[in-house]
Design a protein around this ligand. Structure first.
Ligand SMILES: [Zn+2]
Ligand SMILES: [Zn+2]
Length: 369
């Protein structure tokens, strides 16, 4: 049954998002309709509203949602009405060579679901009947969403939705970058550039993995306070502490860190991460930079220092395995989710949530429906 739903929409790039009534159609084959309970407000949503991530408006925002299945489409046999689910913003077909080798985030068909369902269809329209695009194939900053079955993961029903939702982006991306992509070793050292929603989760991922020295670098003192709460052993604010690379060298006794994570999306910061990491270390670029942004590293040093530079997309997630694992760690009090949600908003208040995100006042703001 089609549903009337409020949704947070980017109507025009470089304008604040708006809250509108929309209509969401029933799921077709291989799809499910979910009624959202919560959706995190992520920097990538903001990036879609300012053109850093070029997605065509009108666009329903949101890619970090939790809710319950209210309708299943034909052929969906492993989800039922009432099941609790968390969205997954990378579509993976399950059939291509990347999916078959377990590298789901690299799926050849992922790009088919950047702003539509993977079939190219849309089940969302405004009240004038015009189709509305959906962020990352999900568009879950709305009361209802119809998505592909493969864009949701079933979770245990006893986890509060405003906590569970965060696993759908920030937590998976951050903790996954540390554990899945970098495979941080116990006793090692790591530096994290950018202590926003994702950076804080890289920090706690490093802590869970047993890193001994965890250095957070950020220009905002408030974020560095959060960083310490999430396991940072040292904090560096370049405004007051000077060159972060020199600082990291100092803290690590001159050696440089074993791992460097770039969580901002700036080539200049990726280059700093490269310099802050010691010989044989690993640099992981997690932040999504503006198109055309470049980085540079000293070519002469590449062979003799044997550093590894890699990217990490969605924490190299295998969502159906990793979401339950992360939520299990939360239940065991080993993964911080409660501390991450520093403010909740009603959907009507979503524009303020975006303002707060720009100001950097929250670890994570979450819209609760
Ligand atoms: Zn996100
Ligand atoms: Zn695939």
């Amino acid at each position: 049954m089609a549903q009337r739903s409020k949704a947070v929409i980017c109507r025009e790039v470089n304008k604040p998002p708006v809250v509108e009534e929309i209509e969401v159609d029933s799921p077709k084959a291989g799809e499910v309709m979910i009624k959202l309970d919560a959706c995190g407000v992520c920097h990538s949503d903001l990036s879609a509203t300012n053109g850093t991530i070029p997605l065509p408006p009108p666009l329903i925002l949101g890619h970090e949602g939790a809710g319950k299945v209210v309708e299943v489409g034909e052929g969906v046999t492993d989800l039922a009405v009432g099941d609790s689910v968390v969205s997954c913003f990378v579509y993976s077909c399950g059939e291509c060579r990347y999916c078959k080798t377990g590298r789901l985030v690299l799926c050849n068909d992922a790009s088919k679901a950047y702003f539509t369902l993977p079939t190219g269809d849309l089940r969302t329209k405004d009240l004038s009947g015009n189709p509305l695009h959906i962020f990352s194939g999900v568009g879950v900053m709305a009361e209802y969403a119809t998505v592909n079955r493969k864009n949701v993961v079933k979770i245990e029903p006893d986890i509060p939705a405003d906590r569970a939702a965060l696993v759908g982006c920030a937590v998976m991306t951050g903790v996954g970058a540390a554990i899945n992509t970098a495979k941080v070793e116990p006793g090692s050292s790591a530096v994290i550039f950018g202590a926003g929603g994702v950076g804080l989760n890289v920090i706690q991922g490093c802590a869970i993995a047993g890193a001994q020295t965890i250095i957070a670098v950020d220009m905002v003192d408030k974020k560095l306070e959060f960083a310490q709460q999430f396991g940072a052993t040292h904090v560096v604010n370049p405004n007051s502490d000077g060159d972060p690379v020199a600082k990291v060298r100092e803290i690590t006794g001159g050696a440089g860190a074993d791992y460097g994570f770039e969580c901002i999306g700036l080539g200049s910061v990726a280059a700093q991460a490269y310099s802050a990491v010691g010989k044989g270390g690993t640099i992981v670029v997690v932040g999504v930079a503006k198109m055309g942004d470049m980085t540079s590293v000293p070519t002469t040093l590449l062979p003799m220092e044997e550093k590894i530079i890699t990217g990490s997309w969605f924490g190299s997630a295998r969502p159906s395995v990793d979401y339950p694992r992360l939520l299990g760690l939360y239940k065991a009090n080993r993964l911080k989710l409660d501390e991450l949600v520093t403010q909740t908003y009603s959907i009507d208040d979503a524009p303020r949530a975006f303002e707060d995100l720009e100001k950097g006042v929250n670890a994570r703001g979450v819209i609760v429906f």
